[in-house]
Ligand binder design. Structure first.
Ligand code: PXP
Length: 250
């Protein structure tokens, strides 16, 4: 089975930096630590209100970091122009609301396909790998495919927030959606809210190719360092993945 890639979201390093308005802690330094700790990519969300990642961070990530950059952004003309200027490896289109604390749900691609279609086309034409951040639903996946996006990222927030038997229900939704994504030829990623406790069952889903994880790891870094937190996450993912592939071939 292919190795599950780990993208490290460095937004909240910038959140802490911005709390004081200076340069420390530097999210680009965090990206360097992530690269050394075994990350396969760096994810950064340039929000319309620039509450964490700033334009200059994107310039520096492209210039100074060798790992592929996954730029998360809203499907607006402003963000499209920025993406076309910097040409990151990938762009993940996400819903954005000013009043939300974080990206609370997936993009409703079914309702917004008219707005999204030209943005997906222009990113595709520029050779940027487009990913759509959606809820694990067959309808959303089918529309993502029709829009011509090669990748979807499944929102794992409902799964991570659920407790008791409800979590199994949410996991099933992710498993079904990931299987359907593979069936219709979409590369499948997942992320949001993942932690050491919740990553295992998602990492075991064989058609998921990449996880993007940020907030939990930046929080853990306070207690044991970013390097150690990323290495532990990487090890958990690898272990679960190899156990799952052993079970399937047994
Ligand atoms: N993937 C996407 C598309 C996101 O918007 C986010 C949060 O910005 C993440 C992954 C990472 O989520 P978290 O920071 O909760 O790990």
């Amino acid at each position: 089975m292919t190795r599950l890639r780990l993208g490290i979201n460095i937004d909240h390093v910038a959140t802490i930096r911005n709390a004081r308005g200076g340069r420390h802690p530097d999210p680009i330094r965090a990206a360097r630590v992530a690269a050394q700790a075994g990350a396969d990519g760096i994810t950064a969300h340039l929000r319309e209100d620039r509450r964490h990642i700033a334009d200059e961070d994107i310039v520096r990530l492209v210039r100074e970091i060798d790992l592929p950059l996954n730029l998360e952004m809203a499907a607006t003309e402003e963000m499209l122009a920025i993406a076309l200027r910097h040409k990151p490896h990938a762009c993940c289109l996400v819903p954005e609301k000013r009043e939300e604390r974080t990206t609370e749900g997936g993009l409703d691609v079914a309702a917004q396909h008219r707005v999204l279609a030209p943005v997906v086309d222009r990113l595709n034409d520029a050779g940027i790998r487009v990913s759509l951040f959606i809820e694990p639903s067959t309808v959303q996946l089918a529309v993502a495919k029709a829009l011509g996006a090669p990748v979807v990222e499944l929102h794992t927030g409902s799964y991570c927030d659920a407790e008791g038997p409800a979590r199994a229900v949410q996991l099933r939704r992710l498993q079904d959606a990931a299987a359907y994504a593979a069936e219709i030829g979409l590369e499948c990623h997942a992320g949001h809210g993942l932690s050491f406790d919740t990553v295992g069952p998602v990492a075991a889903i064989p058609t998921i190719m990449e996880l993007n994880i940020g907030h939990f790891l930046v929080g853990e870094a306070i207690f044991g360092g970013l390097d150690g937190a990323i290495k532990r996450m990487r090890a958990l993912m690898d272990q679960v993945r190899s156990e799952a592939s052993g079970q399937r071939s047994a």
